[in-house]
Design a protein. Structure first.
Length: 317
């Protein structure tokens, strides 16, 4: 997955798919004065039906050689002033998944800044780019035969700093999802702490792992009690990003790598999803992954208690 900010010409950009966002039929047709009649007729039929009547609905038309783009994708945003950054992020993700499913190699996005005066060009680029990268996510770590995936190149007529930030946040979010999707028998506390340490090796983020007697000396009896029913000992990971502004903002993420419920064991239905009880910690790791790229002026500290909550006679919760 790649994104590039550059000027995009409507109907003249050579690509597999050109994405055109619009908030009303009037604004859409005002852009498409040079649209070939066969394509215009097909679009008119779509607009007259209910195909493009709800926000975030889309409709594609093959240009059949009439225009440089092989296919046009029209995306209805709904009332322009009701469009939020989440709306644009969702649209970015939808188009990203569509391009991957159709094995489309090149996508170009027309500028939509003028449609949304309540949103800054920077934030529009950020939201679309983040959505594109989040939409490309797939978890295939444990597949012996991975599906062949085409690398989709997205060209966007957006503010470049915003789209680059969106890319950074999307990549960080996908790393958090990777951790959240890993099963507890491979992502137990010690293994998780090791992966976090390796992830930030050589970066501006300092990683400290507290375990064993150090946890006891610091009085972290709650964490020790939760983890003492497991063969995998608990630990505490501290992430530190130090910058100009202090004191630091603190981020705390729950890191129960598997939560059986302990003595109050959870019912079997849904037990498999308890590997996700460490998703809060994954979010903190993702945040620091973004921080080490963005390098803000604000100092940030992350605290991640890691334990595996399993049941034997010594379990307390």
């Amino acid at each position: 997955m790649s994104t590039l900010s550059k000027p995009i010409r409507i109907l003249e950009e050579t690509c597999d798919l050109q994405v055109i966002l619009f908030d009303s039929e009037t604004t859409l047709m005002s852009q498409l004065t040079s649209l070939a009649d066969p394509i215009k007729n097909q679009l008119s039929i779509a607009l007259a039906s209910s195909v493009l009547s709800t926000p975030k609905s889309f409709y594609s038309i093959h240009t059949l050689g009439h225009h440089a783009a092989k296919e046009l994708l029209f995306v209805f945003t709904g009332d322009a002033l009701s469009v939020s950054l989440n709306t644009l992020r969702d649209i970015g993700g939808t188009v990203s998944r569509l391009a991957i499913s159709k094995k489309i190699a090149t996508v170009s996005w027309l500028s939509c800044d003028a449609y949304f005066p309540h949103l800054s060009p920077h934030d529009i680029g950020l939201a679309l780019s983040e959505g594109i990268h989040l939409g490309s996510y797939v978890f295939d770590t444990y597949k012996s035969k991975k599906d062949a995936r085409i690398i989709v190149s997205h060209s966007m007529d957006t503010e470049s700093n915003g789209s680059e930030l969106g890319k950074t946040l999307g990549i960080a979010g996908n790393q958090a999802r990777n951790f959240a999707n890993m099963p507890g028998n491979t992502l137990y506390p010690e293994a998780y702490a090791k992966k976090i340490t390796e992830l930030f090796s050589g970066t501006c983020v300092k990683v400290t792992v507290l375990s064993g007697k150090k946890l006891s000396s610091l009085g972290m009896t709650g964490l020790l009690a939760v983890g003492q029913g497991s063969t995998h000992a608990p630990c505490m990971v501290v992430l530190e990003y130090t910058a100009e502004i202090a004191p630091p903002i603190a981020l705390v993420g729950k890191g129960i790598t598997f939560d059986s419920g302990g003595i109050s064991i959870k019912p079997s239905k849904g037990m498999s999803s308890m590997k996700g009880d460490m998703s809060g910690s994954a979010a903190v790791v993702g945040a620091f992954l973004a921080l080490q790229s963005i390098k803000p002026k604000q100092s940030v500290i992350g605290v991640i208690p890691l334990a595996e909550n399993l049941q034997i006679g010594r379990a307390h919760v």
